[in-house]
Ligand binder design. Structure first.
Ligand SMILES: [Cu+2]
Length: 207
């Protein structure tokens, strides 16, 4: 929803449900049956109606839903979207040092702060340094074209040292996180990946 801070009640009106943003490339986590199972059907319905909507809309819906399981559904990591719902073909295979092009769909801007980081999904902990940080001025303007292209299309470098922690898909995510400081809305979108060691180098060491 395009929520105005001066008229917060409008946020309750479903007719105002407008999109905000998510990662479109590489493919980000979609909705699916695991989301319903772990987060409940209320959360599922909210994300299904607008897959780019903000996190703050979800905890209230979840708290009234007996099927919401907070030990399996962290709404503040990937908006609660579940690894099990991501088709295997969407899981990226990366090596340290690789440049990964990322595209963001920013349908409605809200100026604020943003970052891209690798998150340990079990511990909900950012691993190492953030790969991108916008400490101010992210997503200004009123429409997507107002947002500087380098905030919507950029590359991140896969860090060193993830070879054990992120060797299994689902253990780590690449998360794009954005908070509109005026709107007070948080957006999260996650890419699943696994780290492999570069095969060519291994052979070279053994030779
Ligand atoms: Cu909004």
């Amino acid at each position: 929803m395009h929520l105005s801070t001066t008229i917060p009640l409008l946020a309750l009106l479903p007719t105002l449900a407008l999109s905000h943003g998510l990662i479109t490339s590489p493919p980000s986590r979609p909705i699916g049956p695991a989301l319903t199972a772990n987060c409940g059907s209320a959360v599922y319905k909210k994300i299904a109606s607008d897959n780019t909507s903000y996190v703050e809309a979800l905890p209230d819906a979840a708290s009234k839903d007996p099927s919401f399981n907070p030990s399996l559904c962290n709404l503040w990591l990937c908006k609660g979207l579940q690894f099990a719902d991501n088709p295997a073909a969407n899981v990226q295979t990366w090596t340290a040092g690789q440049e990964v092009p990322v595209k963001i769909w920013l349908r409605i801007p809200h100026e604020g702060i943003a970052n891209v980081s690798v998150v340990d999904a079990k511990k909900n902990q950012v691993v190492g340094d953030m790969l991108k940080v916008w400490s101010k001025g992210y997503a200004p303007g009123r429409k997507e074209a107002d947002v500087p292209i380098e905030q919507r299309e950029f590359s991140v470098t896969v860090p060193e040292g993830l070879e054990e922690r992120c060797v299994t898909a689902g253990d780590c995510v690449l998360q794009w996180w954005w908070f509109g400081t005026g709107a007070k809305q948080t957006y999260e979108s996650c890419v699943d990946f696994k780290i492999v060691k570069p095969a060519v180098k291994e052979r070279a060491f053994r030779a």
